[in-house]
Design a protein around this ligand. Structure first.
Ligand code: AMP
Ligand code: MN
Ligand code: ZN
Length: 882
C-alpha cells in the first residue's frame, strides 16, 4: 500500500520534472507530479522496493530484536514509527471506505484481527482496481442492478445484515440483493418435488439418447428407480433391508456420470481443428426470437437443434429462495435464431433436449459452463457431449479478462449490460429487458467461438496444441458431476473456521446448534441457508448468546422471517449452548498430554445405514454434541484447528452419554419386537450403499450406541464382511481389466440393439406433444398416445462421420415415447409426488454422514447476497468468469 501523501515528495524525488512544464504536452497530469500511469507505477515500485529492503535490514525477531529492544531509544523509535505506519494505513483504508481501527488498541485485540482488516481492505482496493480496469476497457459494472421499470419498481435491498454499507457510500462494501417482492414460488408448480434430503444426488436421467454404452438398468427400469423403502408393505426395518439389497448392486451406476463413456470416447473431428472462417452474427434486430414454454415448441426446437452443427447455450439461475437452486431460463442461439426456454414451465420436459445436447456431432458452445453443467444435471437430467467453453478458450488465449462481457466487447464491440445477471430470474412473465439481456448471452457466442478457434490456431502458428487443449478442458467440464450439499456433524466447523473468530465453548456450541437448525429448516422450507439465517447473523447470535428471545431478534437486522417465526426455538438452542461448561485452558492442556482417558470413537468404525425406526423424538436432539467440542484449546496460544477437530471426537463427555445410553437403550428395546430386533441386527451388518460416495468417515450408527449387544455383533460382522469384500474386489478388478476390451464392443452392440428396439411401436415425442395439446387444455397431464397422428420425424442433415457415433446413414431419430412421460403426470406418481415432507427430511438430515473431500462444505455457507458490481475477479467468491 502506498501512502498517498508521498505523492508530493514524488514530484521532487520521483524524477518527474513535468510539474511546472506541462504546458507543452496538453495531457493533464495523472496526479500531481506524475505525467502518466507509467511514471507513477515506476515510482511506486521503487518505493515498495526500498521499503522491502529496509524492512529486511531491521533486526530479526528473536535474540537480535530482543537485544535491540532492551534499549529504550530503540523501543521508542519503534513505537513511534509503528504508530506512524498504522496511521498511514488507517488513512488509506479510510480513504477507501474500509473499517480502519488498526490503531485503536482498545477496540481490537490481537494481531490476527488487524491482519484480517488489512486483508479485507486489500480486497476492497483490488476490487476497485478491477472495476476501474473494466471501466477503462469499456465494460461498465458500476451501475446498480435494476429491475425493469415497467414491471416492478426497482427493489434493491441493501442488505445491511450482510455487511454494513460504509457511511462514505463505498460501493464495494455494499452488498446488494436484487429482490423482487411477491414472486410466486416456482417450486409449487414442479411436478416432481425437489429432493432436499440429506442424501447424495442420483442422476435424473431415465432415457439415454446417443448412447454408446446403454443406460444402466437402474435408470431405465422405472420400477427399481422409483421404489422406496417407505413404499414396501413390510415393517420399516425390513423394508430398508430389502431396499438396500436391491440398490446395492446398482450403487456404481447410481453415482456414475451417465455419459462418462461417451465423453471419454469423444474425438474432435478434424474439421473442428481446422482454422474456421468466422461467420458473422446476425444483427439482433434481424434475428428471430422464440420464447418457448410448451412441450410442442420444445420438441420443434429440439428437431431444429438436431440439424445444427453447433449452437450456443446459457442458463439463468436463482438461488436465494430455494435450498439447492433453480434453473429459471435457458437461452439457445443457432446461427440464425435465438430461443429462450422457460425452464420453470418445462422443467420436467427439458430432458428431451438430450438428443441434441449429447449428440457428439453437434458442438455446444457455452461461456463458463462449470455451473451450467451441474444445473443441467440437477434440474433436468441433461448432459453435454461435445462442449466448447469460450471461457476456457479465453484462458488459453491469455486474454486480459475472461468474462463474457469482455469477450463481447473484444470481439463484437458490444456493450453488455450485466446488471441483470443477478436479477430474480423467477419473475414471470419475463420482462422485455430481461429477455433482451438473456438473449444477448448466447446471441454472439457462435461468432466468438469461430474467432477464438481461429485465434487459438494462429496463436500457436497453426499447431493444434492450444485448440486441442481447449477442447480437452471443455471435455473435463462436461464430465463434472453435480454434488448435493450434504450436512455432516462437522459441516459447521468448515463455516466457522472461515469466520476467523475464536469462540469459547459456549459460543461454538451455539454456532453448531444454530447451524444445524438452519440447515434443517432450509431443507424443509426449501430456502437457501442464507435466507433462513445469514452466517454473519449466526455469528452475532453465537457471540452474544442473548439471554432473551428479544436479544436474538436484536442480533438480526433485518430479521429473517423464519428467525422471527422460530425465535423461541432459537432461544432454546442458545440456552442449551449457555449450559455448556466453559472449560479452562489447563484442562485442554491436560487432555493434550493424554492425562484424560481418551474415548476411542469406536462407534465410527462401523456405519451401516441407519435403518432403525426408533422414534427420532426419543433420541435427544444433537445427541452426539451434548458435550463441548474443542474444549479449552480455544484459549490456548498454539491453537491448531485441524488438530482440534480430530481431538474433539475424543473429548466426548462420557457421563452424559452413559445416561442416554441407558435410557434410550431401554426405550428402544421396549418398542421393538424380537423379530424387529433381529432384523435390525441383520440390517446393521450391511453397509450403507451410499457410503463410498460419502465423505470418508463412516457415520455413527445410533443403535449401536444404544445397544451394546448389537455393537459387538456388528463389529465382528463388519470386519468379516470388509475383509471378504476387499478380497473380492481385488479379484474382480483383475477380471475386469481383462474383460474391459471385450465388453466395449459388446456394449456398443447392445446399446444399438436396445435403442433400435426402443424405437419400435412407439409414438414420437411430437405425437405425444400433439396428444397432450388435445388433453382438455391441460398440457401438463400428458397421456402416452396410442397411435395418434404421426408427425414428420426430424431429418438430420449429413454430418462428418463420427468415429464413435452411429454413422449418418443408420441414423434414426430419437424417440421418447418409451420414456414413460407418465412419470411426470400427477396421477401416476401419487406416492412419489407427495408434498415435501418436513418430518421425513428432518429424519434424513439427522442421519449422520461424516465429511470428506467431496462434501461440498461451501454449501452450508452460501451467502445469497452478492457484491454489487462484482468485477468477477474472484477475490472472495470463486465464480467462473462469465
Ligand atoms: P451467466 O452465465 O453470467 O448468465 O450467469 C448465470 C447465473 O449465474 C445467473 O443467473 C446468476 O444466478 C448466477 N451468477 C452469475 N454470476 C454470479 C455472481 N457473481 N454471483 C452470484 N451468482 C452469479
Ligand atoms: Mn452462463
Ligand atoms: Zn446468462
Amino acid at each position: 500500500m502506498m501512502d498517498s501523501s508521498k505523492n508530493k515528495d514524488a514530484s521532487n524525488s520521483g524524477g518527474q520534472d513535468s510539474s511546472s512544464d506541462t504546458t507543452e504536452d496538453d495531457k493533464p497530469e495523472l496526479c500531481p507530479g506524475f505525467k502518466d500511469a507509467d511514471a507513477f507505477v515506476k515510482y511506486g515500485l521503487g518505493a515498495v522496493l526500498s521499503a522491502t529492503k529496509a524492512s529486511a535490514g531491521l533486526p530479526q525477531a528473536g535474540d537480535e530484536f530482543d537485544f535491540y529492544r532492551s534499549f529504550p531509544g530503540f523501543q521508542e523509535f519503534c513505537e513511534s514509527q509503528g504508530d506512524k505506519l498504522l496511521i498511514c494505513m488507517s488513512q488509506i483504508m479510510q480513504h477507501h471506505g474500509c473499517r480502519s481501527h488498526l490503531r485503536d488498541r482498545s477496540k481490537l485485540t490481537g494481531l490476527e484481527e488487524r491482519f484480517d482488516l488489512v486483508v479485507d481492505s486489500n480486497d476492497v482496493i483490488l476490487e476497485r482496481v478491477g472495476m476501474l480496469l473494466d471501466e477503462a476497457d469499456g465494460v461498465n459494472r458500476s451501475q446498480q442492478p435494476v429491475m425493469p421499470a415497467g414491471f416492478q419498481p426497482p427493489k434493491i435491498v441493501v442488505s445491511s445484515w450482510n455487511r454494513k454499507g460504509s457511511s462514505s457510500g463505498s460501493r464495494s462494501e455494499t452488498f446488494k440483493l436484487l429482490h423482487a417482492k411477491n414472486v410466486a414460488r416456482p417450486q409449487l408448480k414442479f411436478k416432481e418435488k425437489v429432493d432436499n434430503s440429506n442424501t447424495p444426488f442420483i442422476p435424473k436421467i431415465f432415457i439415454k439418447p446417443n448412447a454408446i454404452k446403454p443406460l444402466p438398468s437402474y435408470f431405465s427400469n422405472k420400477q427399481i428407480r422409483k421404489e422406496r423403502p417407505e413404499d414396501l408393505d413390510v415393517p420399516a426395518a425390513l423394508a430398508d433391508f430389502i431396499h438396500q439389497q436391491r440398490t446395492r448392486e446398482h450403487v456404481d451406476d447410481m453415482f456414475a456420470h451417465p455419459y462418462q463413456f461417451e465423453i471419454d470416447h469423444l474425438t474432435i473431428t478434424d474439421s473442428l481443428l481446422l482454422k474456421p472462417e468466422p461467420q458473422m452474427y446476425k444483427e439482433l434486430s434481424e434475428t428471430k426470437l422464440t420464447y418457448i414454454d410448451t412441450l410442442e415448441e420444445l420438441v420443434t426446437l429440439n428437431e431444429k437443434l438436431c440439424k445444427q452443427n453447433e449452437f450456443a447455450v446459457d442458463l439463468e439461475h436463482h438461488s436465494y429462495r430455494s435450498f439447492l437452486g433453480i434453473t429459471c431460463l435457458m437461452q439457445i442461439s443457432t446461427r440464425e435464431e435465438d430461443f429462450i426456454i422457460d425452464t420453470l414451465e418445462l422443467r420436467s420436459e427439458m430432458y428431451i433436449l438430450n438428443e441434441s445436447f449429447t449428440d457428439p456431432a453437434i458442438v455446444k458452445v457455452f461461456h463458463g459452463a462449470d455451473s451450467d453443467i451441474e444445473w443441467l444435471q440437477r434440474d433436468f437430467g441433461l448432459y453435454i457431449v461435445n462442449l466448447f467453453d469460450t471461457h476456457q478458450a479465453s484462458r488459453a488465449l491469455n486474454l486480459a479478462r475472461h468474462s463474457l462481457d469482455h469477450l463481447l466487447k473484444h470481439y463484437c464491440n458490444v456493450d453488455a449490460d450485466k446488471r441483470y445477471q443477478l436479477a430474480d430470474w423467477r419473475i414471470r412473465p419475463l420482462p422485455e429487458e430481461m429477455v433482451q439481456y438473456a438473449r444477448s448471452d448466447t446471441h454472439y457466442l457462435l461468432y466468438i467461438y469461430d474467432r477464438m478457434r481461429a485465434q487459438l490456431l494462429d496463436f500457436n502458428h497453426g499447431q493444434l496444441g492450444l485448440l486441442q487443449s481447449v477442447w480437452n478442458k471443455s471435455k473435463d467440464i462436461s464430465l463434472k458431476k453435480y454434488i448435493k450439499p450434504i450436512y455432516t456433524e462437522d459441516s459447521y466447523l468448515e463455516v466457522q473456521r472461515k469466520q476467523k473468530k475464536s469462540y469459547n465453548t459456549q459460543q461454538l456450541a451455539a454456532f453448531r446448534l444454530l447451524f444445524a437448525w438452519r440447515d434443517k429448516l432450509a431443507r424443509q422450507e426449501d430456502e437457501s441457508t442464507g435466507y433462513v439465517l445469514p452466517t454473519h447473523m449466526m455469528n452475532k447470535i453465537s457471540e452474544e448468546l442473548p439471554k432473551e428471545p428479544q436479544g436474538i431478534i436484536a442480533c438480526c437486522n433485518p430479521v429473517p422471517p423464519l428467525v422471527r417465526q422460530q425465535v423461541n426455538e432459537l432461544h432454546l438452542l442458545v440456552q442449551q449452548a449457555r449450559e455448556m461448561p466453559l472449560l479452562k485452558a489447563e484442562i485442554a492442556a491436560q487432555k493434550k498430554k493424554g492425562l484424560t482417558p481418551v474415548k476411542k470413537p469406536e462407534v465410527t468404525l462401523f456405519g451401516p445405514h441407519d435403518t432403525s425406526r426408533v422414534s427420532e423424538s426419543d433420541i435427544p436432539q444433537f445427541l452426539s454434541h451434548e458435550m463441548p467440542v474443542k474444549q479449552g484449546t480455544l484459549f490456548s496460544e498454539e491453537m491448531d484447528l485441524d488438530i482440534d477437530v480430530n481431538k474433539l471426537r475424543s473429548l466426548m463427555a462420557k457421563p452424559k452419554i452413559t445416561i442416554f445410553e441407558e435410557v434410550v437403550t431401554k426405550k428402544a428395546e421396549d418398542s421393538l419386537s424380537g423379530t424387529q430386533m433381529k432384523a435390525r441386527r441383520i440390517i446393521e451388518s450391511f453397509e450403507n450403499p451410499f457410503r463410498m460416495y460419502l465423505p470418508s468417515d463412516v457415520h455413527v450408527n445410533k443403535n449401536a450406541k444404544f445397544d451394546p449387544n448389537s455393537k459387538i455383533f456388528e463389529i465382528s460382522k463388519r470386519w468379516k464382511l470388509q475383509s471378504i469384500e476387499q478380497q473380492q474386489k481385488e479379484l474382480e478388478a483383475k477380471k475386469k481389466a481383462k474383460e474391459e476390451a471385450r465388453k466395449v464392443t459388446e456394449e456398443r452392440k447392445k446399446a444399438k440393439k436396445s435403442y433400435q428396439e426402443s424405437l419400435q411401436d412407439v409414438a414420437t415425442v411430437r405425437q405425444q406433444a400433439a396428444e397432450s395439446g388435445k388433453a382438455v387444455g391441460k398440457k401438463r397431464d400428458r397421456v402416452p398416445s396410442e397411435g395418434g397422428e404421426s408427425t414428420p420425424k426430424p431429418t438430420k442433415k449429413t454430418k462428418p462421420p463420427q468415429p464413435e457415433a452411429a454413422s449418418a446413414d443408420t441414423f434414426t431419430p430419437f424417440d421418447y415415447s418409451q420414456s414413460q412421460l407418465k412419470v411426470f403426470s400427477s396421477g401416476a406418481k401419487a406416492k412419489d409426488s407427495t408434498q415435501f415432507d418436513p418430518y421425513r427430511q428432518g429424519h434424513d438430515s439427522k442421519k449422520k454422514f461424516s465429511k470428506g473431500p467431496k462434501s461440498n462444505p461451501g454449501a452450508g455457507n452460501r451467502s445469497m447476497s452478492y457484491m454489487a458490481a462484482k468485477s468477477n475477479r474472484g477475490f472472495r467468491h470463486n465464480w467462473p468468469k462469465r
